[in-house]
Structure formats: C-alpha cells, structure tokens
Design a protein. Structure first.
Length: 173
C-alpha cells in the first residue's frame, strides 16, 4: 500500500467541502434570517498560495452560501460549486472538464454527502471532527477540526513535499 507521504507527490488538485471543513459547521442566523459563517484566515492564506502556485483548487458544497462564494472568490478560487446535492456528478464533470485524473486529487470533507466521491480520489482526507464513516475511508485524518486550520495543514503538507511551500510566490500579494 502506497504511503500517505508518497501520495502527496502526485497531488495537482485540492477539492474541499465548505461546511465542516472550510468552516466549523456553525451557521449564525440573525433575527432577520441572514446567515453567516466563519472562515479561518490561515486556511485562506494556504488556499490563495495553492492557487498562485498553479494547483487546481475547487469547492463543492450543498450549501448555497453567498458568503462562501465571496470568500473563496476573493482568494482566487474560481471553481466554486454551491447548491450541489449530487457531489459525485459535479466531481466527475469538474475532473473531466479540467483533464484531471482522480488519482491526483486531494479531497477533504467531513460528512456523509461526500462519502462516495471520496472513494474515487487518490487522497481522501478529513478534519479531526469528521463523521466516523468518513474517517474510516480516509488516507489521512487531520488532528485539526474543521474550520480551525485543517485545510492549511493538508495544503502545507502537499506543498512542502513538492517543494512549493515558501517559495517566491508565497510573498507576492
């Protein structure tokens, strides 16, 4: 069985779920019904660095959160698919359109709607607080919970193994 660290060498694409991965899964609702989420700034740094370094970065979520779209777009992520209830179909379409082999994808999610899609990728990973069914199929379980820097942790691992972490692009804003 190929080791986790060896698999990091093959990754060209990061795909993330939003709620429970890029956020801690909490939704704040005001008395007027406005919903908001909290994103981790360290995750944001790593995401924008991955984009600048030439990795494919996408988000696939069942949520329709406009704040998530705004946050991800502001980090340079253009491939944001919200309101996606059949994630495996969106994944297949995305990888087909981009010419990405599923074995080169790191997919991070935390709950059952992503289970079947995660079984198709080269590197399924999850945050520490993921559902047990997700943890059972993952090559790596981050020690960090969703929304608290788990995305930064896995991006940093991949980029360090590939020698793209802290290169000149890290400082070009």
């Amino acid at each position: 069985m190929e080791s986790f660290l060896t698999k990091l060498n093959d990754i060209t694409t990061f795909i993330f779920d939003v709620d429970g991965v890029l956020t801690d899964g909490s939704v704040f609702v005001t008395e007027t019904g406005v919903q908001s989420r909290s994103f981790n700034i360290k995750d944001g740094y790593a995401l924008q660095l991955a984009v600048k370094s030439g990795y494919n970065v996408a988000a696939i979520s069942g949520s329709r959160s406009k704040s998530a779209l705004y946050r991800l777009n502001s980090l340079g992520i253009k491939d944001v698919y919200l309101g996606t209830h059949t994630k495996i179909d969106r994944f297949k379409l995305y990888t087909s359109e981009k010419g990405i082999h599923p074995s080169r994808v790191l997919y991070m999610a935390d709950d059952i709607p992503d289970l079947e899609t995660m079984k198709m990728v080269g590197l399924p990973v999850c945050p520490a607080d993921a559902a047990e069914e997700i943890k059972a199929i993952c090559s790596y379980v981050s020690p960090i919970p969703g929304g608290k820097g788990c995305v930064r942790e896995v991006i940093e691992k991949v980029m360090k193994v590939q020698g793209t972490w802290m290169n000149e692009k890290a400082y070009s804003w």
